[in-house]
Design a protein around this ligand. Sequence first.
Ligand code: SIN
Ligand code: MN
Length: 265
Amino acid sequence: MPLSPQEIAEFEELGYLFLPSCFSEEEIEALREEAVEIYKTDREEVWREENGAPRTAFAAHTYNEAFGLLGADPRLIDPVSQIFGEHLYMHQYKVNAKAAFQGAVWQWHQDYGVWSRDDGMPEPRAMNIAVFLDEVMAINGPLMFIPKSHSGGTLDAHHDTSTTSYPLWTLDDDTVTKLAEEGGIIAPTGPPGSVMMFHGNLVHASPPNITPYPRKIVYLTLCAVSNHITKFGRPEFIAHRDFTPIEPVSETALLDYARARKKAA
Ligand code: SIN
Ligand code: MN
């Protein structure tokens, strides 16, 4: 279903849009179980926290059928393509673990600050659309946003290569304080299957997870095809170089897959 004018207006004003109950438990269960299997492998795409727990599995859509179907699901592709008014390719794909007791911080940052500095992406015409695989609660390391912070463009940032296992262009405390005075800080929570779309310049972060409850979220970074990257310093599995427009699969493809998988088990 296309986004309504009210949803588009909300996205433009706040920089994010929360879409509850997009995916069924049957679909999510299959993805969650596949994620756990992927984290057990020693693939180069699986990055770990400094403590050894899984942090993220990059490019899972390229080597896992369930995540491949999710990466072409019209419920994710269509809203982003509607906003940009053109075809999309997959710039990045992550299955973030935020493991129970061990998941570490993601520092305050803007994703477009990373895509532009590291990958030479011309404009902030790429966006994350996230799918919750576990319940995201206030206590298990939810993603935090500063509403409206996308409207100030790309801010000065520092390349932090030491705080976590994953280098990131991060914002300083004064900048975050000033932005939070204006927009506050929110942390959308919700059941597995919820979807969240957010602007490439929206300032966000997440705290460590010290609870027994894992918080897996899949992030598709969808980029307008005409806005493809121009710098190729990061590994291909982190910043993709295949700019082929994504051809959406049918709305039931993931559910059909999940049911067949369960039957075969
Ligand atoms: C991100 O900022 O790209 C991920 C943050 C998270 O999963 O908590
Ligand atoms: Mn980010």
